[in-house]
Design a protein around this ligand. Structure first.
Ligand SMILES: *Cc1c(COP(=O)(O)O)cnc(C)c1O
Length: 379
């Protein structure tokens, strides 16, 4: 039932109205592939070839898409990126971590290492939502951590190792990059990270519940080093367990098979169309459109003031105080345009649009045209 009296002409509506920042649009092609796989893989053992082949395809596909350097390995486990934070706290931080936190997700990983009784208090560099905190070199830490894309605010950060002034890379420090909402939608040089990790329900339009990480040789060594100490590590959060199982194209415990199938199909779709730069170009075109559109409206402003910090995949647009975002969102939802609400704890009068590669530019153009119509009728 319609919640508002706002009318949007049918011909302006996007073909697909899913603009969530995760879970995000799952392409029909992915759903068709899943249905076609059917009983050949669904409901079969994850220790047998059909599912292990799927895991192998995913591991190979991720390594190829992201250009994993020699010696890097794609490791996966259950529980999504949130579980990876806990696993990294147990298996990658030796004594102390340094985090950048300028939004929910960066802050959550910082909270995880800070709360660990076996670690020294974390150092957390903070910045206001909508701006960016950058991690700098510090001799007292053995892990650096930040989000490539802070999904709660729409701020993008470079993936570049912190270095001592004029110095080389500090050899014994690991760089862990949360790429949950941008891996696969931005060109990246993985020699600059030791763990580049993500979950498949954002850029890859799959389902949640899994984490994947591209780990460097230094990270793999750290996992072994810490596993050999007397630190207690729960089995389900042990990266050593995850590495051992991943090398066999398995997970420690039962994974969601549909998640793997949808992810594998998206990896094929990216590869068949031109790979990472193609996928990144699609998101970039969509976000360029949205930021230009907002800049031209007197009642809309990109939340992230510095254009260089604006995310290519998650656009956050503040609305003038005279326009209530909840009314706009309700009117859009009445017309099948979904999930453009701001991050729940941010509390801003804002629209947030997930512009992952699966989303078509024509639909993004339709979305902004629909917002124009809604705002016109509300004013
Ligand atoms: C969504 C998100 C997470 C959490 O992912 P889950 O798979 O739900 O645990 C972590 N970090 C970032 C940057 C995210 O966008």
């Amino acid at each position: 039932m319609a919640q508002t009296s706002v009318q949007i002409p049918e011909n302006l509506l996007p073909k697909d109205g899913r603009f969530g920042s995760g879970p995000s649009k799952v392409r029909q092609g992915q759903l068709d592939t899943l249905a076609a796989l059917g009983a050949g893989v669904m409901g079969t053992s994850h220790r047998q070839p059909p599912v292990r082949d799927l895991v192998a395809r995913v591991r190979r596909g991720v390594a190829e898409l992201l250009g994993a350097p020699d010696g890097y390995e794609v490791v996966l486990g259950n529980g999504g990126s949130t579980s990876f934070w806990d696993a990294a706290t147990f298996s990658l931080v030796r004594h102390r971590a340094l985090h950048a936190a300028h939004g929910e997700f960066g802050a959550k990983f910082a909270a995880a290492t800070t709360a660990a009784p076996f670690l020294d208090p974390s150092i957390v560099v903070r910045a206001e939502p909508g701006t960016r905190a950058d991690v700098r070199h510090d001799d007292d830490v053995d892990v650096y951590a930040w989000a490539h894309n802070e999904t709660s605010t729409g701020v993008v950060s470079p993936v570049v190792r912190p270095r001592a002034d004029g110095g080389d890379r500090a050899t014994d420090q690991l760089t862990l990059v949360d790429a949950t909402s941008i891996a696969g939608a931005a060109v990246v040089d993985l020699t600059q990270a030791d763990a580049y990790y993500f979950a498949p329900q954002k850029v890859f339009g799959s389902d949640g519940g899994l984490w994947l990480a591209v780990l460097s040789p230094a990270a793999l060594e750290r996992v072994e080093e810490i596993a050999a100490t007397d630190r207690w590590i729960p089995e389900s959060l042990s990266l050593q367990q995850a590495v051992t199982n991943s090398r066999l194209d398995q997970t420690l415990n039962t994974p969601a098979i549909a998640t793997l199938a949808l992810l594998a199909d998206q990896l094929d779709w990216f590869a068949d169309n031109g790979g990472l730069s193609w996928a990144a170009g699609r998101s970039r075109a969509s976000s360029d459109h949205v930021y230009a559109w907002a800049t031209e409206r007197e009642w809309a402003t990109p939340f992230v003031a510095d254009p260089a910090h604006r995310s290519p995949v998650v656009a956050t647009i503040d609305l003038d105080a005279s326009i209530d975002h909840t009314t706009v969102i309700a009117a859009l939802r009445d017309h099948g345009i979904l999930d453009v609400f701001p991050y729940r704890k941010l509390g801003r009068n804002q629209l947030r649009m997930g512009l992952f590669p699966a989303v078509d530019l024509a639909d993004v153009e339709a979305l902004t045209a629909c917002v124009d119509v809604v705002v016109d009728q509300l004013r």
